[in-house]
Design a protein around this ligand. Structure first.
Ligand SMILES: [Ca+2]
Length: 320
């Protein structure tokens, strides 16, 4: 199971001066409320000179004081040196040009970037993952993926679960759940769904006792109402299924055949991935070429498929 959390990152416009002076920049790796304090990366280990240094010469700044920016430009006809070519500040990503007295004094990099902001490559993406695993869980159960100008994403590896953020962001699964995941073989399972990564399909994993909207019976001897659907009822059942946020449909014949396991019989399916599957027929969404009222269904007793009338009643397993 993999869960991903991508956290937002804001524009560090308020830190523009700080960035220009190369002293300190917020990384934008804010933690979730209540989970800790915002992290701030000190790029060069310098102390902030304090308010008021903006235009009055920043002693100790590596490239000269503010107001003496190497790329300072003469005032343009409009009087705003930032109006032309972004004042010589980096254009991609767009640095925030700040001018005083007709002279560019700083180029502030947007959030997620660092540098003096001047010229091409003046703002360089911060690799947040290089520090404290980007705010993700620092155990081997989590991975951090750097993103350009955006907060990194945290993922929990298989056999762990959580949002991946911060300490204990990825908790080990219980042995029972982990064992169930492992037993699913090529499928990635949770309690409700089985995902086939190769086919990019996610299946309804556990069948209901009764299908909503299906009053029919699979067979007279089954005795259980609602245990099977006509083809129209089956399509409506899937489209109305709210399981795991919905978005379900009847599978095509080929999709349904893809979960047949020919190494097994009665039923011909991986019961770890698809528990409680009966050896019975399941509807596909594929109609027979010779008649729109004749539909393909797959029989999971042996894995074959045949065509049947659409008003027959069969089981349903939805896909998305
Ligand atoms: Ca980044």
């Amino acid at each position: 199971m993999v869960r991903e959390v991508v956290r937002s990152v804001g524009f560090a416009g308020g830190c523009g001066l700080y960035v220009a002076r190369g002293s300190r920049q917020a990384t934008g790796i804010g933690r979730a409320p209540g989970r800790g304090v915002e992290r701030v990366r000190d790029n060069r280990g310098e102390e902030e000179a304090g308010a008021g240094g903006e235009g009055g010469g920043a002693g100790g700044a590596p490239r000269g004081g503010a107001g003496a920016l190497g790329t300072a430009r003469e005032p343009t006809s409009s009087g705003d040196p930032c109006a032309e070519n972004n004042g010589g500040c980096d254009a991609a990503p767009q640095a925030k040009c700040l001018a005083r007295g007709g002279v560019v004094v700083s180029c502030g990099c947007p959030g997620g970037y660092e540098g003096d902001g001047r010229g091409d490559d003046g703002c360089v993406d911060i690799d947040e993952c290089a520090t404290d695993n980007g705010g993700c869980d620092m155990s081997p159960r989590a991975t951090c993926t750097n993103r350009m100008g955006a907060a990194p994403s945290c993922k929990c590896l298989s056999a762990s679960m959580g949002d991946g953020v911060g300490e204990d962001g990825c908790a080990p699964m219980s042995p029972t759940v982990a064992a169930a995941e492992m037993a699913c073989g090529k499928y990635t399972c949770d309690e409700q769904t089985a995902k086939d990564p190769a086919a990019a399909l996610t299946w309804q994993r556990v069948l209901p006792v009764t299908y909503d909207g299906c009053p029919g019976r699979y067979s007279p001897e089954s005795g259980v109402p609602g245990d099977a659907c006509t083809w129209e009822q089956a399509k409506a059942y899937c489209s109305g299924l709210g399981l795991a946020s919905g978005g379900w449909r009847l599978p095509t014949r080929e999709e349904l055949l893809s979960i047949v396991d020919m190494t097994r019989a009665d039923p011909s399916i991986n019961l770890a991935a698809f528990p409680n599957t009966p050896s019975q027929g399941f509807w596909s969404d594929s109609t027979y070429a010779g008649s729109s009222e004749v539909v393909w269904r797959v029989y999971f007793g042996d894995g074959n498929s045949i065509t049947v009338d659409a008003d027959n009643t069969h089981r349903v397993r939805c896909v998305r």
